[in-house]
Design a protein around this ligand. Structure first.
Ligand code: FMN
Ligand code: SF4
Length: 660
């Protein structure tokens, strides 16, 4: 027995024997093309099954053309899905994992913008998060939807799946019927709790009757909608036992939220781990079927404790196993330090789903690219020097070493980590430190030669005579917002004597500010907003002048996924930070700054004791230029190409290290 014996004890659900308590819950991968699964699905799920997971619940399968918000959704109502289901189930079963999939009707959480087929719901109440008015379902539509749930379940059965999970959570159609927030019907499907439960109960009855006694039928449902007029835990403590009492469902997968509160359903790193396990624990006391706990459970020790403490019977570790598909195997072998822990950044997974793009992982570029990106031994062993010990440099060194190259990494600072260490030292982004921890661990595990306090200079390169140099020297902070540094549009005219500091200096504790602080946030990423949080925690009165809100590719000022942005906004609101949108900061002088309305160009003054500037850094490519004619195989990666997000740096590092 390993130390994590509870996590690795098997469980039987109906007749389905599952080898351990870890599951990957349904997550839209956006691998589908023309409404059908692809070989990428097969490889992706095969990889996770190979990593030792007990159960995979495949992503939401649309049961009807009324549920078709993006072309990357799987159109489970079509017969052509069945051969794909077979391929996927064979691949997963070959590695000993079990496989269910979600039956999904999103109701008013839908848009017909892509599909041209109208949305439908219990009432014509649009979702606050989507805005499209759905058609009211009459009795015929309701019976049709029930038949569609059944049809999907039968297709999964035919395709060799072990079960179906009815998606009753996250504000989808069955939850819309159940919730007073969305159901204003006056007939037998609205009003009393019994009436609001009717649709879900009819789905349960019909699906069980169709699939017979051996097939698993589970429910994923929100134990709390977490909105003022929505379903509460007290409501769901009545509803869930009634579902269980039918004897027709086999487990409850407990989640939270509806779309209006979706930020907590896929929470960012600012929310501490295992925030909602207590919901599962509460429900578990009331039912005699297995209960799954979910959301931001990213390490096996926590997962084991949840099972050990009888808080749940299985543990959802979805992003955790996107990030490291071998987590179950490593945990079972007691190799806890070898696990690449998900840091809940959402950059590679959820954020890309929001854009209808295939998922990957910020830390693990192989995720979503299985079969294309995988470590291959180098054809010829080369002497590789990496300049820069930030995340890009470390990742490149790790991958090159894994491929069999002879690698040495040079970092001029006293510690590894680079620019990411700055946000990682703040309370809300401390989890980014895990990215650095893991890469450092990998360097040590693989025996990469690391030289700290040592700058890789052209002279040193000449002396060592490597085959390859990878330059990952990062960027430099912009501390002078002059037109010839940041461009005339983003420039700020600063009068002599005006206190101005950079966001980096504030975050690193190298600069202090006056009481009234204005942040000119020109970065569209996290720097300005984290600085606002830090200064507000110091008791300062903070105003953030946000980047341009009406951008073409993203109608929002920041490049962040919805959940991260939602919680970021909450953090700032709780700290009384003022956010100003639609203005540019053009001038700063002692005592105030001048803002210009981006549409009318009208100017107005705002009192300020200190101006904080937050710009993207400037590429530091000096070494690359110096080596250009001296080294034949020379690459640059990450911020020294152009300052961008961490996901780009790690992707480029992987790609370059695979090419040498
Ligand atoms: C890319 C992505 C897509 C998701 N799509 C679904 C989905 O199709 N059905 C569902 O029930 N939940 C979906 N979720 C939510 C996850 O199932 C899970 O509940 C959530 O990620 C929190 O668990 P975790 O912290 O273990 O990742 C999705 C999450 C992600 C990251
Ligand atoms: S992209 Fe971020 S949130 Fe998503 S799996 Fe990777 S580390 Fe976790």
């Amino acid at each position: 027995m390993t130390e994590l014996a509870h996590l690795f004890s098997p469980i039987t659900i109906r007749k389905c024997q599952i080898r351990n308590r870890i599951l990957s819950s349904g997550h839209v991968t956006s691998f589908a093309r023309d409404g059908l699964p692809t070989d990428q699905h097969v490889r992706y799920f095969e990889r996770r099954a190979r990593g030792g997971i007990g159960l995979i619940v495949m992503e939401a399968q649309a049961i009807t053309p009324h549920c078709n918000p993006l072309p990357t959704v799987i159109q489970g109502w079509r017969d052509e899905v069945v051969p794909w289901y077979r391929k996927i189930s064979e691949a997963v079963h070959a590695h000993g994992a079990k496989l269910f999939a979600q039956a999904w009707h999103n109701g008013h959480q839908n848009t017909s913008f892509a599909s041209w087929v109208h949305s439908q719901s219990c009432s014509d109440v649009p979702s606050a998060a989507i805005g499209e008015v759905p058609a009211v379902m009459d009795e015929e539509d309701i019976q049709e939807a029930i038949r569609q749930y059944v049809a999907l379940a039968l297709k999964l059965q035919e395709g060799g799946f072990d079960g179906v999970e009815l998606h009753f959570g996250h504000g989808y159609l069955p939850q819309q019927f159940l919730s007073p927030y969305s159901n204003i019907r006056k007939d037998r499907y609205g009003g009393s709790l019994e009436n609001r439960m009717r649709f879900g109960m009819e789905v349960i009855e019909a699906v069980r009757a169709a699939v017979g006694e051996d097939f698993v039928v589970g429910i994923r449902a929100s134990a709390d909608e977490l909105i003022p007029v929505g379903l509460t835990l007290e409501d769901m403590k009545q509803v869930m036992p009634l579902w269980a009492k039918t004897g027709k469902i086999d487990y409850l997968n407990i989640t939270v939220s509806t779309y209006k509160s979706a930020a907590v359903g896929i929470p960012p790193m600012m929310i501490p781990p295992r925030p909602f396990v207590f919901y599962a624990a509460e429900i578990k006391q009331l039912v005699d079927i297995p209960v799954f706990a979910a959301i931001r459970i990213n390490d096996p020790v926590t997962a084991n404790d949840i099972i050990k403490n009888n808080e749940a019977d299985m543990v959802v570790m979805t992003r955790a196993t996107i990030c490291d598909p071998d987590l179950p195997k490593k945990a079972r072998e007691g190799r806890l330090d070898d696990i690449r822990l998900c840091v809940a950044c959402n950059e590679g997974c959820w954020e890309r789903t929001e854009h209808g793009l295939p998922i990957t992982c910020m830390q693990n570029p192989e995720a979503g690219r299985e079969g294309v990106f995988e470590i291959r031994p180098a054809v010829k062993r080369k002497k590789v020097l990496v300049a820069g010990g930030g995340c890009a440099g470390m990742k490149a060194a790790v991958v090159a070493k894994e491929r069999g190259h002879d690698v040495a990494l040079y970092e001029k600072a006293a510690e590894l980590g680079g620019a990411i260490l700055i946000p990682a030292k703040t309370a809300s982004r401390q989890e980014l430190g895990q990215v650095v921890r893991f890469l450092k661990h990998e360097l040590a595990r693989l025996g990469v030669e690391v030289h700290l306090n040592t700058e890789l200079t052209p002279a040193l390169v000449e002396k060592i005579k490597p085959d390859v140099v990878i330059v990952a020297t990062g960027g430099t902070t912009v501390d002078n917002p002059a037109p010839d540094v940041v461009g005339p549009d983003a420039a700020i005219q600063i009068e002599p004597g005006t206190p101005v500091v950079t966001a980096e200096d504030v975050l690193e504790g190298k600069a202090t500010t006056g009481q009234r602080v204005v942040i000119a946030d020109c970065q569209t990423y996290m720097k300005g907003l984290i600085t606002a949080e830090v200064l507000a925690d110091q008791g300062k009165e903070v105003t953030v002048i946000m980047p341009m809100p009406m951008r073409l590719l993203r109608n929002a000022p920041y490049d962040m996924d919805g959940p991260t942005m939602g919680i970021q906004m909450l953090n700032l609101a709780l700290r009384k930070v003022k956010l100003v949108s639609g203005f540019e900061l053009k001038k700063a002088r002692p005592g105030n700054v001048v803002l210009k309305n981006i549409l009318t160009e009208e100017e107005q003054e705002l009192e300020a004791d200190t101006l904080v500037t937050a710009y993207w850094r400037k590429a530091n490519d000096r070494l690359y230029k110096d080596l250009k004619v001296k080294v034949k195989e020379l690459y640059k990666i990450g911020d020294c190409v152009a300052s961008r997000r961490l996901i780009h740096a790690i992707y480029e590092a992987y790609k370059v290290a695979m090419d040498i």
